[in-house]
Design a protein around this ligand. Structure first.
Ligand code: FE2
Length: 398
């Protein structure tokens, strides 16, 4: 196995903290993940691309509300005639926002069907040709044959495969490239530069898939991508009085890439996954979880910038420390901001979820700070889903 837990290799796209977190993984988790195959070594998340109705305005929103910084641009001024892309960065996170410029562009079909949403989860690899060959050989449907793109700063090899819904993985090999982002993009110098909000890297990205489709995509990540199923939640773990869902967490061999996959389960009323599938018109990315080193500071900052978060009732904080044990943080600011806490065998985590960031109730963000915990906040599911149901009730979609 070329990339595993315990690697001391620090890549440019990886913080020292993350390396240390990986090194401190318990033997049990190491064993599970070591079961993942090594035919697809992944170095990290390269970028996440959203197709949006108006990339210029979306870029302004992500800078203003989330503290992303201007990085690169492609469009009419750089010789791209049919679309515009803005690339934003915050620490290790790169967000690409793309809008079509012409009536006949196929991206319009994506927008009409889904609204704004994630099209590409780009994965950083050493060898994009091998990533394509190994995954398609195991059954992946090709999206992009290996393609070399060049400019004065070197060359990048890209390839891609299809996922659930209209979502895709693009493999990016950039070892022979030293430009700002990718060939065809130029640095984007903006006079408007709101400060960052302390957001560090993509912790995990969650898929919503259709009824009885979860295990199909678990199998895809196991067989085609060499991932391992590290955690599972059934409808008994994730249900409220009204709605339910099931979820399995897939991880690659070095633990840097984690994709939980949700499917709806039967409940008295419509679950949040069904609401998503209705409004997105199919399967897609439900949320992007972003890590911070100081969740109180980041969330306070994001709220002041206008980001809207789900709110649990104040009763959540009664007896919280009895449930989760001692934590480093003061309880008062957590309760004031509505930050949730959960503990597993290895430590605890703090997390909070935004409301959907589009008018359709589809994709949202999670802000997460891990203090040893490697899990996903199972203890918060009930309070959280009740909060989501209150939002669904307001929308008339429960
Ligand atoms: Fe999450």
């Amino acid at each position: 196995m070329t990339e595993l837990w315990g690697t001391s290799r620090v890549e440019p796209g990886m913080t020292k903290d993350r390396t240390m977190a990986i090194e401190s993984a318990t033997p049990d988790l190491k064993k599970i993940v070591a079961g993942a195959a090594d035919f697809l070594p992944l170095l990290g998340t390269d970028y996440v691309e959203l197709y949006v109705g108006n990339a210029k305005q979306a870029a302004h929103f992500y800078k203003t509300a989330f503290g992303f910084q201007s990085l690169a641009y492609a469009g009419l001024e750089t010789g791209v005639k049919d679309r515009t892309s803005y690339v934003l960065v915050q620490d290790k996170i790169r967000l690409v926002l793309t809008t079509p410029l012409t009536q006949e562009h196929p991206i319009n079909d994506h927008l009409r069907k889904h609204g704004d949403g994630v099209k590409v989860i780009a994965l950083w690899v050493d060898d994009a040709r091998s990533a394509f060959a190994e995954t398609t050989k195991r059954g992946a449907v090709p999206y992009m044959e290996p393609t070399v793109e060049k400019d004065a700063d070197g060359e990048v090899v890209k390839s891609g495969i299809k996922l659930y819904g209209d979502t895709v993985h693009i493999f990016i090999e950039r070892k022979n490239y030293h430009g700002t982002f990718l060939p065809g993009f130029r640095p984007w110098k903006s006079a408007y530069n709101p400060p960052p909000a302390g957001l560090k890297y993509v912790d995990h990205m969650v898929a919503n898939v259709g009824w009885n489709q979860m295990n199909k995509w678990v199998k895809f990540y196991e067989e085609v991508m060499g991932f391992a199923n590290v955690l599972s939640f059934d409808d008994k773990d994730i249900s409220t009085e009204y709605s339910a869902l099931m979820s399995k967490v897939m991880s690659n061999g070095n633990g840097r890439i984690k994709f939980p996959i949700n499917e709806p389960a039967e409940g008295k009323k419509k679950s949040q996954v069904e609401e998503y599938l209705d409004f997105y018109n199919g399967e897609g990315v439900q949320h992007i979880a972003i890590a911070t080193d100081d969740i109180v500071k980041s969330v306070r900052d994001l709220m002041a910038r206008g980001v809207e978060f789900l709110k649990v009732p104040s009763s959540y904080y009664v007896g919280l420390l009895d449930r989760v044990g001692p934590i480093d943080e003061d309880l008062a600011p957590l309760a004031e901001l509505g930050i949730l806490v959960d503990r597993d065998d290895e430590g605890y985590l703090l997390q909070l979820f935004t409301k959907p960031v589009e008018d359709r109730p589809t994709m949202f963000f999670e802000i997460i700070q891990r203090k040893g915990a490697k899990s996903f906040g199972k203890g918060n599911f009930k309070a959280l889903f009740e909060a989501i149901e209150r939002e669904q009730e307001n929308r008339g979609t429960l």
